[in-house]
Design a protein around this ligand. Structure first.
Ligand code: HEC
Length: 286
């Protein structure tokens, strides 16, 4: 395994320079996309929303079969019921439906990035739910199920994260997320970009590495690894920040708490890079 990772890291020596610090978010997006266009010339932009299945035909076939009876279906139903039970629609624009494509966003009031999960937790509290007693956490379980239901109401809408360039605080949050994405970390000294840009399409620990483009379109996801043998229908579900934690641990770096500002800023940059890609969550992933 170690040898494999060393092979990967050797390959990163040949890569293009990371995005320039002085570029505008739109410039960043253009070069991000054109990198993948050059490396995966047959893959259409919208297909990146399908992760590794956009670039691997054998796995795509298995995955399409699994999506015929999706293992997250029950979780989605639970999420819908909780959404209604806790009157979540009362806290959001458009009754909370068809809005996920605008998340995360920069909140002028607090001067910080806000994620859907944060707004969801705030809403539950506002509506008098005892979130501690109900064991509502950010990464999985009931909150992930409500988030999955909300995501599903945005399916087909194009990701549309806004970075207001005239707001220094928003730009700082965006730059912070970008720096996080390109920074090497952990004992293995790997950045997100090392695995999901420069080595996308290659194998690591028996997993095919997905392109970073489109990675955010389908969260929360359902993974067998998370579900294990549990009969709890919510067990396999996780939010994007649960996944960030897992990827940090893969390189033996410490994972941060979900909704830490560094992860929110990362989610801001990471999701902005997939602007224009249609939402298709929740989804099954390896
Ligand atoms: C050592 C390599 C490695 C590094 C570094 C790494 N990841 Fe991953 N990541 C993986 C593997 C392996 C998977 C599972 C296969 C896949 O979908 O790419 C994965 C999956 C993901 C997924 C899910 C993809 C999907 O389609 O659902 C996301 C999102 C993700 N990584 C984000 C990140 C971010 C953000 C970072 C930096 C904090 C990061 N990763 C760092 C190896 C890595």
């Amino acid at each position: 395994m170690k040898k494999l990772l060393i092979t990967l890291s050797a390959l990163t020596a040949m890569v293009i320079a990371p995005l320039q610090a002085s570029a505008s978010p739109q410039d960043d997006l253009d070069s991000f996309r054109s990198y993948f266009n050059q490396h995966f010339p047959g893959v259409a932009l919208q297909d990146y929303g399908n992760g590794i299945y956009a670039i691997d035909h054998v796995r795509r076939f298995e995955w399409q079969e699994s999506e015929e009876f999706p293992p997250y279906e029950e979780a989605l139903e639970i999420g819908k019921n909780l959404f209604e039970k806790y009157n979540i629609g009362s806290c959001f624009k458009k009754g909370g439906k068809g809005i996920k494509q605008n998340y995360p966003y920069f909140d002028q009031k607090s001067g910080k990035v806000r994620t859907l999960e944060q707004d969801l937790m705030a809403c539950l509290k506002r509506n008098g739910v005892d979130t501690k007693a109900e064991k509502l956490g950010y990464k999985k379980g009931k909150l992930a199920a409500i988030s999955a239901y909300m995501a599903s109401t945005s399916n087909g809408k194009k990701q549309n994260v806004v970075v207001p360039e005239d707001d220094e605080r928003a730009m700082a949050a965006y730059e912070d997320g970008k720096t996080f994405f390109y920074a090497k970390r952990g004992q293995l000294n790997f950045s997100c970009a090392d695995c999901h840009i420069y080595n996308a399409g290659k194998m690591a620990r028996g997993n095919l590495l997905s392109p970073a483009l489109g990675q955010t379109s389908h969260f929360p996801v359902w993974r067998k690894k998370w579900a294990g043998n549990s009969s709890d229908p919510l067990k396999g579900l996780g939010t994007i920040q649960r996944r960030y934690g897992g990827c940090n641990k893969q390189v033996r770096a410490k994972s941060l708490k979900a909704q830490a500002s560094s992860y929110n800023n990362l989610e801001y940059f990471h999701t902005y890079m997939s602007n224009g890609i249609e939402l298709n969550g929740p989804a099954v992933r390896q």
